[in-house]
Design a protein around this ligand. Structure first.
Ligand code: NAP
Length: 261
C-alpha cells in the first residue's frame, strides 16, 4: 500500500488528555489530520484544543468514560455527523495496575480488562461500518512490550494487553479483504501520567523512569507506523531484548524476572 496520507485524514483518538495520546493529537494536527480526541478529563481536552488551534489540522473533543457503551456510541455518531466518515481509529486509552495477583481483588482484573481490552474492542466494533468506506482505513492499537512478554506484578495488565494483541492479530486477517489495516505499536516504559493513574498499586510512590521514552518520541513512532503501515512495532532496544530473551530462553527469563516478583 502507498504511504498513508494523514492530511485531512479523519481520526478517532482515545486517551487524548495526557501522555502518548496528547502527544499524538499534537503530532497528527501538525500534519494536517482531523483528530477527534476523547478522554474523561474535559478541561485537559479543552486545553489540547487551544494548543492545536494554530496547526493545519482540526481537533474536535468529546469528554466521557470509554468503558461506557453510551460514550462509545456518541463518539462514532458525532464523528460521522461532523466529518461524514472515519479513516483511522487509534485505540490508545489505557490504565495499568501493579501488585501481586494473590493479593488482588477480582475487581482489579475487571477494571483493567474494561479499559484496556473491552473498551477498545467494542469501540472498534462500532467504528467498523464507517471505516469500511474510509480512505486508506486503519486501526492502530497501542499495546505494550507487555503484550509480547509478561512480567510479574502486572498480571492483569499483561493479560489485557496480550488479549488485545491476540484479538488484533485475528482481526488483521479478517479485515484484510476489506482493506482495513490493523496495526499495533508496543511501547516500553514511557514518562507519562500512566504511573499516577494506576487502577491499583503497591509502588508507594516509586515510579519507574530508567530508560523511559518521552510521549513525544512514542507519538512520532506511532505516526510513522501509521504512515508506513507497520503491522507490529516494538519500541526500544530493552523492549525487544526482553521479548526475544523470553522467546529464546524462557526459563532463564522467568528466573531473571522472578527477582522482581
Ligand atoms: N506509560 C507507559 O510506560 C506505557 C508503556 C507501554 C504502553 N503504554 C500504553 O500507552 C497507552 C497510553 O498511556 P500513557 O502512557 O499515555 O498514559 P496516561 O498519560 O495515563 O494516558 C492514559 C490516557 O487514557 C485515558 N483513559 C484512562 N482511562 C480512561 C477511561 N476509563 N475512559 C476514557 N479515557 C481513559 C486517560 O484520560 P482520562 O484520565 O482523562 O480519562 C489518558 O488520556 C495506554 O494504552 C498504555 O497501556 C504505556
Amino acid at each position: 500500500m502507498a504511504h498513508r496520507n494523514l492530511k485531512n485524514a479523519r481520526i478517532v483518538l482515545t486517551g487524548g488528555s495526557s501522555g502518548i495520546g496528547r502527544a499524538l493529537a499534537i503530532e497528527l494536527c501538525q500534519r494536517g489530520a482531523w483528530v477527534f480526541a476523547t478522554a474523561r478529563r474535559s478541561e485537559r481536552l479543552v486545553e489540547l484544543r487551544q494548543v492545536c488551534e494554530s496547526f493545519p489540522g482540526r481537533l474536535e473533543i468529546l469528554a466521557g468514560d470509554l468503558t461506557s457503551q453510551q460514550h462509545r456510541s456518541a463518539i462514532v455518531a458525532q464523528v460521522v455527523q461532523i466529518w461524514g466518515g472515519l479513516d483511522v481509529l487509534i485505540n490508545n486509552a489505557g490504565a495499568g495496575a501493579i501488585g501481586r495477583f494473590d493479593d488482588a481483588s477480582s475487581d482489579r482484573l475487571r477494571k483493567v480488562m474494561e479499559i484496556d481490552f473491552f473498551a477498545p474492542v467494542e469501540l472498534t466494533r462500532l467504528c467498523l461500518t464507517p471505516l469500511k468506506s474510509g480512505n486508506q482505513p486503519a486501526i492502530l492499537n497501542i499495546g505494550s512490550v507487555l503484550s509480547h512478554r509478561a512480567v510479574p506484578n502486572k498480571s492483569e495488565y499483561c493479560a489485557a494487553k496480550f488479549a488485545m494483541r491476540g484479538w488484533a492479530e485475528s482481526l488483521r486477517v479478517e479485515l484484510a479483504g476489506k482493506k482495513i489495516e490493523v496495526l499495533m505499536l508496543s511501547p516500553s516504559t514511557t514518562s507519562s501520567e500512566f504511573f499516577d493513574s494506576l487502577v491499583e498499586t503497591d509502588l508507594d510512590g516509586k515510579r519507574p523512569s530508567l530508560g523511559s521514552m518521552s510521549p513525544e518520541q512514542v507519538a512520532k513512532r506511532a505516526v510513522s507506523a501509521l504512515v508506513r503501515s507497520k503491522r507490529e512495532m516494538i519500541l526500544s532496544l530493552g523492549g525487544k531484548a526482553l521479548v526475544w530473551a523470553g522467546r529464546l530462553f524462557p526459563r532463564i527469563t522467568d528466573r531473571f524476572l522472578g527477582r522482581f516478583a
